[in-house]
Design a protein around this ligand. Sequence first.
Ligand code: CAA
Length: 261
Amino acid sequence: NNNWEYIKTEVAGEGKNVAVITLNRPKALNALCNGLMKELSTALQQYGRDSSIAAIVLTGSEKAFAAGADIKEMVGNTYSQCIQGNFLNDWTEVARTQKPIIAAVNGYALGGGCELAMMCDIIYAGDKAKFGQPEIALGTIPGAGGTQRLTRVVGKSKAMEMCLTGNMIGAQEAEKLGLASKVVPADQLLGEAVKLGEKIGTHSNLIVQLCKESVNTAYETTLQEGLKFERRTFHATFSTADRKEGMTAFAEKRPAKFTNE
Ligand code: CAA
């Protein structure tokens, strides 16, 4: 589909197995209007179904990953419209993606932009990246996970500080806090994110999906429930051809050939 209005999509990596989705609304610093989020959801669903794709990279421009929900679009929203339209509910598609999704963040990731990055599995930050939840200055609060995901990642004190002041943090601090897993010079960011996707793609897509689900479970349930889920999922890998192949290949001192079965 090359008829996107607000995003660009391409397939990257030596094996052409890493999808790159670029938010492409430069005039509004990639503000996440309805149309953009619809296209993003559609692209994610398409790549989700495409068995040639092992991982997805989500990125923006050098200046902005995304400057948040579209303020001009929602300025006239009423409470009843928000309730009845379940405002922002359709954003969850990003968090529902079964394949690994890497956010490559250059420039501003503010409000919904920061929340969108946090819906991804791994954040790589360009060295000029800035993260923040400035909703408080608009008389509202984060609505797509900012008070929840951020708090689980960076802890209460830092999340409170960010959400109550609206102050931004830079890439280095984001890495120190565990919000980003790596800081990369801005011009190398996309390449590094694609490489990460390719590395993940050398493994069994099937097992990667199970592993992602298990890590996510750590955020969604108690430790006991999570450990139980992990153990059962670990057991389940023994029903797959890829588990057998992976261990056999190790024993035979040869590279594994995974079939995603
Ligand atoms: N919504 C709509 N338009 C936006 C926008 C947003 N979130 N962010 C930037 N833009 C637009 C600006 O209005 C401007 O448009 P015009 O040229 O038509 O005036 C254009 O993008 C460029 O922006 P600036 O001129 O402001 O650029 P700057 O370099 O001076 O400042 C910035 C950059 C600090 C990121 C500033 O644009 C800014 O503060 N943006 C808003 C950030 C924000 O508050 N985000 C939270 C949104 S609420 C939310 O996300 C709710 C939620 O939880 C889901």
